[in-house]
Design a protein around this ligand. Structure first.
Ligand SMILES: Nc1ncnc2c1ncn2[C@@H]1O[C@H](COP(=O)(O)OP(=O)(O)OP(=O)(O)O)[C@@H](O)[C@H]1O
Ligand SMILES: [Mg+2]
Length: 408
């Protein structure tokens, strides 16, 4: 039986649970996607787990489907972590460069990152990741790869990701109930960035905007790394609810209208919508014929609110104007026709899609997770085909991260 090296990523979204299974191809140094699935999620509201059994069922369903496609059974998942569950703490640390030659070694980097994560946090939170923003060696700043450079004192400015222990427990229980292990969390924007941002974009400054069903995540990258990330509590579900409320139709039909009858870039279209509408939850139906312009106005109004909040965040981050590489959008809502054009007008920025075609966009986070795990040399699992007794293979500096964060 052949040994297979497998990494599985899980994105528990408000509207859908997505699973991607990848197999490491050592010859070509890449991960090949061998299975994927998305199922409607239940038990998630605004990216928050509100029913463990329901979420476990959705995870099991998506995972089993992807496993069948891949012909392997996975032992556990690397799981995308929504930004709203974490607190970001900026901290710094410093150490003396240890070797006689005064050349920075990997151990020095490990020690300085250890030093940077010494910070008082409330007992209900734990640090789950540390992202170096920049290193300094003596008086030189802006260093991204310090190993091999000469100096006496190594400093780091880092971003610590702190997670509520209760969130970790809940997600872990969902996986356990579904029959899987939770290997590690990967913050959603880190997974996305790995998939859709070019190094040059991250270098000069770029914003990622992921507009999902329950939340919108805004993340700012510069100097090659994630510097800020924030969750705005509005997404596509609010648009559906607005349509249902204003037009007094059931949510299911509002969702259909949203998918079928809107082009945000088309100013002229006031054609009457060709769809039989039912009496909604409130008992009355809408008396006027519904035209595309009305639908577009309702949707635009809510999107404009999201964009206003995004501008507030961009200003808070410290910009007077958008970053040089502009704003890249993803998330289900961004697949509305004309979305980027409309967003460009509202955000006064160069807005581009983070993907080439809307069919690919659903799996960006789940795919990004497995590529992130692979490229950062995390643990992954070796499998015999159709064998659930996978064996964790552990490598590199990430072994140390794992030890660090599993210390308690
Ligand atoms: N073509 C489309 N037109 C309009 N809306 C769409 C389209 N495709 C998806 N959506 C909306 O996008 C949302 C789902 O997006 P996505 O899959 O990114 O969300 P999620 O990851 O499940 O949620 P979250 O990230 O907020 O937890 C839903 O509100 C859905 O109605
Ligand atoms: Mg999402």
């Amino acid at each position: 039986m052949s040994r297979r090296e497998i990494i599985a990523g899980l994105d528990i979204g408000t509207s859908e649970v997505k699973v991607v299974i990848g197999e490491i191809d050592p010859d070509n140094e890449r991960v090949n996607i061998i299975g994927y699935a998305q199922v409607a999620s239940s038990g998630v509201d605004k990216s928050d787990i509100i029913d463990i059994d329901d979420v476990a069922t959705s995870i099991r369903e998506a995972a089993e489907y992807a496993e069948r496609m891949a012909g392997v059974q996975v032992e556990g998942f690397y799981v995308g972590l929504p930004v709203q569950h974490v607190s970001i703490i900026h901290n710094s640390g410093a150490v003396a460069v240890s070797g006689k030659e005064r050349i920075v070694l990997e151990e020095d980097v490990e020690r300085v990152l250890h030093a940077a994560q010494v910070v008082a946090i409330p007992p209900e939170k734990k640090i789950i990741d540390i992202i170096p923003c920049q290193f300094k060696i003596d008086n030189k700043t802006g260093i991204q790869r310090p190993v091999g450079m000469a100096g006496v004192r190594l400093e780091v400015e880092a971003m610590l990701i702190a997670l509520d222990r209760s969130v970790e427990q809940n997600i872990s229980r969902c996986l356990e109930e579904a029959g899987y292990e939770l290997f590690q969390f990967i913050l959603n924007p880190l997974a996305c960035a790995n998939e859709v941002l070019k190094e040059a974009e991250k270098e000069v400054g770029v914003i990622l905007l992921d507009i999902g069903a329950g939340t919108t995540e805004l993340s700012y990258f510069n100097h090659g790394t994630l510097l800020e990330t924030v969750s705005i509590p509005i997404g596509g579900n609010h648009i559906t609810a607005d349509l249902a409320t204003v037009l007094k139709i059931p949510q299911r039909q509002a969702e259909e209208l949203k998918f079928r009858f809107v082009d945000l870039a088309n100013e002229e279209d006031d054609e009457v919508v060709d769809m039989e509408l039912e009496v909604g939850d409130y008992g009355f139906d809408y008396n006027e014929p519904i035209n595309r312009k009305l639908i577009k106005d309702i949707i635009s109004f809510r999107l404009a609110e999201v964009f206003d909040m995004a501008i507030d965040e961009i200003v808070r981050i410290g910009f007077k104007e958008p970053p040089p590489a502009g704003i890249k959008v993803l998330g289900g809502v961004s697949s509305m026709p004309g979305f980027a054009e409309f967003a460009s007008e509202c955000l006064y920025a160069n807005v581009r899609y983070a993907y080439d075609n809307t069919d690919d966009q659903s799996f960006i986070i789940a795919k990004g997770i497995i590529n992130y795990v692979y490229h950062h040399n995390f643990n992954y699992v070796e499998y015999d085909s159709r064998d659930r007794q996978g064996k964790r293979a552990i490598g590199g500096i990430w072994r140390w991260f794992k030890d660090l964060f599993e210390m308690e």
